[in-house]
Write a new protein. Structure first.
Length: 149
């Protein structure tokens, strides 16, 4: 009985993590991107509906799916985060660091772009802030979803 309950709780964490990361991408990530775009900092616009390869899914939904995958990782490690205000700082730093590094070092070269996108300040600031906002949004949605499960 205890193993089944632990497995169900772990599964619920994973599902909550995916949902939190997906929603945080659509809301926190894209709103931060919009603010940076309108401030003239971001090198690309928010809410892109450009079809992605190979399935033709609009970019914002493809990005949200990957935000959900990162949300699963977030859910797995979230219990190790400190409490109170430090929790939100670590959530921001988790998002700002890990997804940003993978995007800059792995994803961009896979898409034929230079490593780090050329390491230009606008791209780096944008990556850090939109993914940090994603981290905070994921933390918020994760807490809300876990409270109701």
């Amino acid at each position: 009985m205890g193993d089944e309950r632990a497995q169900a709780n772990y599964f619920a964490r994973i599902v909550s993590g995916f949902a939190a990361g997906f929603l945080a991408t659509l809301i926190f990530h894209q709103i931060m991107l919009a603010a940076l775009w309108y401030a003239g900092v971001a090198p690309f616009a928010p809410f892109s509906l450009t079809a992605t390869r190979p399935f033709g899914v609009p970019a914002v939904f493809s990005l949200s799916f990957w935000g959900g995958i990162w949300g699963i990782l977030f859910a797995i490690v979230e219990s190790t985060f400190p409490k109170r205000v430090s929790y939100w700082i670590v959530a921001f730093l988790f998002g700002a660091t890990f997804p940003s590094l993978i995007a800059l070092i792995v994803v961009l070269p896979l898409k034929g772009r230079p490593l780090g996108g050329g390491w230009g300040a606008p791209l780096l600031v944008t990556a850090f802030l939109i993914n940090g906002a994603w981290g905070c949004g994921t933390a918020l949605f994760f807490k809300l979803l876990r409270r109701h499960s």
